[in-house]
Design a protein around this ligand. Structure first.
Ligand code: TXA
Ligand code: MG
Length: 383
């Protein structure tokens, strides 16, 4: 169904949003905006120079395809079938000209779209032969990722821009994803000109990316929609995990394995898989560096009581050590909403390392997404 937004046309917010929409349409400097997952760094997906502006601002290598964001199914269909858009202009009853065999959206996706859009789901679609998108969006692939975000400001912005919006997460490349406008400003100030502040993100981890063009369908990235939720949809009962899931043997901190950096704060991240006994205190010493400070992120069992960051000083082997402790658990939604911000906050305190208590992958909702991000953050840093 099409989404309608009522804006008070005279408010400051409305004029800022209009300005941001205009910049998206005309400028080559990307615009940061909130989504329910993480903040995105948006550009007109049809213009190469605009899309290149994203890579430049993030300093992101150009071999990773971007997700294209739409404000409505109508906009997605019209983008894929420009001739239909023209046709529709002559029909007052717009949608009724669509028949199923001319629909550019494959049937397999219909149950997911119905249930999860607008929301934290990205679907992989065939890139049309005469693609409407700049080649920089798809990084040479014959497919592209599409998403209708579940955030009213994001939808309004895309609608005002009137163009499909390519947007990766609005962090500097390699850094944890931004879940608040301040995170975007911290990473990108001086590199971009506009950030729409929509407060903290309600989901906190990126969208689930699914490929329904392959058989069986695949989850390419775990995210805000869980695999159980996908499996409850017709045609998706047999969906398989198509991403590398590097869970290592239960109780050991993640071993180093160098690839490219992702989700990484300055400090090395040491991930304790779920089921590790909270005996980390015995091993604290080995992670202490020149600053004499350690960060600890607790989820479900380590249970150091505090809502926000708290500091504990103790003496280890005769030297004074400061612990910065953030407790996110036990609620899984809180953990997902808070994990990237916690990594950033501990970094700001110049800790020598960040010890993180993992959660069980198999647990509800966003657990798989959280562990996927933490394993990547730890993978490159533990070495
Ligand atoms: O929640 C989100 O998805 C956020 C917000 C801003 O919408 N965006 C985001 O974008 O996370 P980004 O660029 O950081 O991640 C894009 C993901 C990558 O994992 C990429 O490999 C995958 O989508 N992707 C994009 N196009 C693809 C394609 N044609 N085939 C397979 N994977 C694709
Ligand atoms: Mg990203």
């Amino acid at each position: 169904d099409d989404f309608t937004l009522q804006l008070d046309g005279n408010s400051q917010d409305a004029s800022n949003l209009l300005l941001a929409g205009e910049r998206l349409r005309l400028s080559d400097v990307p615009v940061a905006f909130p989504t329910e997952t993480v903040y995105g760094l948006g550009a007109d997906a049809t213009r190469s120079n605009a899309v290149l502006g994203i890579y430049k601002a993030k300093q992101r290598p150009a071999d990773n395809p971007l997700i294209v964001h739409f404000a409505s199914l109508q906009q997605l269909r019209d983008t894929l079938r420009p001739s239909t858009a023209a046709q529709n202009a002559h029909h007052s009853d717009g949608g009724s000209v669509h028949t199923d065999d001319s629909d550019p959206i494959p049937e397999i996706y219909k149950p997911l779209i119905h249930r999860f859009w607008p929301g934290p789901l990205t679907i992989i679609l065939p890139n049309p032969a005469h693609s409407p998108f700049a080649p920089e969006v798809t990084a040479g692939l014959s497919t592209f990722g599409a998403r209708i975000p579940g955030n009213v400001l994001a939808l309004a912005l895309i609608k005002l821009a009137g163009v499909p919006v390519a947007a990766p997460s609005a962090n500097a490349s390699t850094k944890p994803s931004p879940t608040a406008a301040e995170h975007v400003a911290f990473d990108l100030s001086g590199r971009i000109e506009s950030i729409i502040d929509g407060g903290p993100c309600s989901v906190g981890v990126e969208s689930t990316v699914v490929d329904g063009l392959s058989n069986p369908p695949l989850v390419l990235r775990p995210g805000g929609v869980s695999i159980d939720e996908l499996r409850s949809c017709p045609g998706w009962e047999e969906v398989e995990i198509g991403y590398k899931n590097a869970a290592e043997s239960g109780t050991q901190p993640k071993a180093p394995g160098m690839k490219y950096r992702h989700y990484s704060p300055k400090a090395p991240v040491v991930l304790f898989e779920a089921g590790s006994e909270p005996t980390y205190a015995k091993t604290l010493q080995q992670y202490i560096g020149p600053n004499g400070k350690l960060g600890i992120i607790c989820t479900r069992r380590w249970n150091i009581e505090s809502d926000t960051i708290s500091t504990v000083s103790l003496t280890l082997d005769g030297s004074l050590v400061q612990l910065f402790v953030i407790t996110l658990g036990p609620d899984m939604g809180n953990i997902a909403r808070g994990v990237f911000a916690a990594l950033r906050e501990l970094d700001r305190n110049d800790v020598d390392a960040i010890l993180v208590e993992g959660v069980d992958d198999g647990e509800e909702l966003t657990a798989a997404a959280v562990m996927n991000r933490l394993r990547k953050a730890a993978e490159v840093n533990a070495g």
